[in-house]
Design a protein around this ligand. Structure first.
Ligand code: ZN
Length: 520
């Protein structure tokens, strides 16, 4: 019956208008059928219903741009509503089809796949649907949203439509990433996000690493003890001189705080942990009895998190009654955007496996790996020690894969993007730790079309250039018109299968190297 309706609708409506039908989206709701189509560049929702009965109340609530009727089998009257994929209808879709709503991630191993343009999620779905790794398709930091002029609702809506388009029913998460202030929690919660990555890095005292013992003692005295909810003496007693024992690869390892290391950890992190507590209280107020996931991220601090500091942070969160589902530490080495891990792999392995042992011994939480895309050198290590407790976050790498599709299909637009990126790089690089050398990047006009992809997306310096300028590229305007955004989207939509497959191949490579054996 479904196929007959779609075929007859196409005959009646589609042939003259050159429609694309997303057959994988077809879904039943009560006595109606929903599916997505694309007409020119615009994706639209079509709802079929019986024309001889009253229309269901729920279906009446969908905003339509067009309605009508056609006959199937020459006698049965079918009504149709063609609806824009707008925010109002996205909210209704989440009411009607539970699989388009974000779910809790919990303690499952997970991968976040940020989508900065809003067209990559079908590629992420294709990459991840055959693995037992929980996907977090909606994942966007406040900084990314600012830079791309997107709102939390738009991020979630794009994922809702993509999940529906692909007919994906496996569940997904929505992570409001790197949230620093209370009002950003409200905005993400209002949109429907269920996971909150709280970033209190503005409250981390990075200078603590350089203080000598007498300065540390003074700073320790000045900590906000009242807000920390304990007496200084009790705090010292809880940590000083005690041994913390963990087993690492069958061997017992003992940690002990000296006065200096304890004071340093307390001075460095206490204000940040208190801010985390404030944010957590606010989330509890918003969610009431409903559940949510919380991650604490201190990956964007200047110095690496020591093992003692990891233990300290976890202990303080417990003392304050804050339960997290994941923790993003600042690991040894460099996690620069768009390129592989920089650092000594042996040193990373030794350090990481100790962090894993602490997480296993003292908590029920995962280790979150930020700036995790393209870090192929460390995936075997992450998989070896922590495949069951890793949450890997990738974001900008899908934007680079989109640019790969632009380079292949519209070389002159790609050259314009490279040239504009060079102009804005110095301004855009400010919030990132990067070692990019622009002098090694050739002039785009000298590179033939067929080499653009290799030269600009296969080489580290050019990859970083393109990766961090995404915000400027996606929001640049000329006389009120987008300079690149619409043209990039047009190329991606006109070549959407190529775009999805390109993104899928790249993300799959990440998962296969990290979670080798977890294919379902
Ligand atoms: Zn991060």
């Amino acid at each position: 019956m479904k196929t007959a309706i779609i075929d007859d609708f196409l005959r009646f409506y589609g042939e003259k208008r050159g429609l694309k039908i997303y057959k994988s989206s077809t879904a039943k709701f009560r006595n109606s059928i929903f599916l997505l189509i694309r007409e020119n560049l615009e994706r639209k929702l079509v709802i079929f219903h019986s024309a001889s009965k009253a229309i269901d109340d729920m279906i009446n609530r969908f905003q339509a741009s067009e309605t009508g009727e056609f006959l199937i089998d020459g006698k049965t009257r079918i009504g149709y509503k063609i609806c824009p994929c707008n925010p109002h209808n996205a909210v209704l879709m989440r009411e009607v089809f539970t699989f388009t709503r974000p779910k809790l991630v919990g303690l499952a191993p997970a991968i976040g796949t940020g989508d900065r343009i809003g067209l990559a999620t079908p590629g992420h779905i294709r990459a991840l649907k055959s693995f037992c790794i929980f996907p977090v398709f909606a994942q966007q930091s406040v900084r990314e949203m600012d830079r791309t002029s997107r709102k939390p609702e738009e991020v979630l809506d794009d994922v809702t439509w993509a999940v529906f388009q692909e007919g994906y029913r496996g569940g997904f998460g929505a992570d409001a990433d790197h949230v620093k202030i209370l009002s950003d929690l409200d905005a993400a919660a209002k949109a429907g996000f269920k996971m909150y990555t709280i970033d209190p890095s503005d409250y981390v005292n990075n200078r603590a690493d350089t203080y000598n013992l007498s300065v540390l003692r003074l700073e320790f005295e000045k900590l906000p003890w009242k807000e920390m909810g304990c007496e200084k003496e009790a705090f010292l007693k809880a940590y000083l001189g005690k041994e913390f024992c963990i087993t690492v690869s069958g061997e017992e390892k003992t940690f002990k705080f000296s006065e200096e290391s304890l004071l340093r950890a307390a001075v460095k992190y206490s204000a940040a942990i208190l801010h985390m507590a404030r944010m957590h209280r606010h989330l509890k107020k918003i969610f009431g009895r409903r559940k949510f996931d919380v991650e604490l991220s201190i990956d964007e601090t200047e110095t690496q998190t020591s093992h003692l500091e990891h233990y300290f942070i976890i202990s303080e969160l417990k003392r304050l009654g804050i339960r997290i589902t994941s923790l993003a530490l600042r690991f040894v080495g460099r996690f620069e955007k768009a390129i592989d891990y920089i650092g000594d792999l042996k040193e990373f392995e030794e350090s990481f496996k100790l962090h894993v042992s602490i997480a296993r011994a003292y908590g029920l939480y995962k280790l979150s790996i930020h700036s995790g895309s393209d870090k192929f050198a460390i995936y075997p290590i992450l998989g070896k020690y922590a495949s069951d407790i890793v949450h890997l976050k990738t974001a900008g790498t899908s934007y680079l894969e989109a640019l790969r599709v632009v380079a292949r299909n519209d070389p002159s637009l790609f050259r314009e993007i490279v040239d504009y990126s060079l102009k804005v790089f110095d301004r855009d690089r400010k919030s990132y730790h990067m070692s990019t050398d622009l002098s090694s990047i050739p002039e785009s006009s000298r590179v033939p079309d067929e080499d653009l992809e290799k030269v600009f997306l296969g080489e580290n310096n050019a990859r970083q250039l393109l990766h961090i300028t995404y915000g400027s590229i996606l929001t640049a305007k000329n006389d009120g018109e987008w300079l690149f955004r619409d043209r990039i989207m047009k190329v991606l939509i006109e070549n959407e299968e190529e775009h999805y497959e390109t993104v899928a191949r790249h993300i799959k490579r990440h998962v296969e190297m990290l979670w080798d054996q977890t294919k379902c």
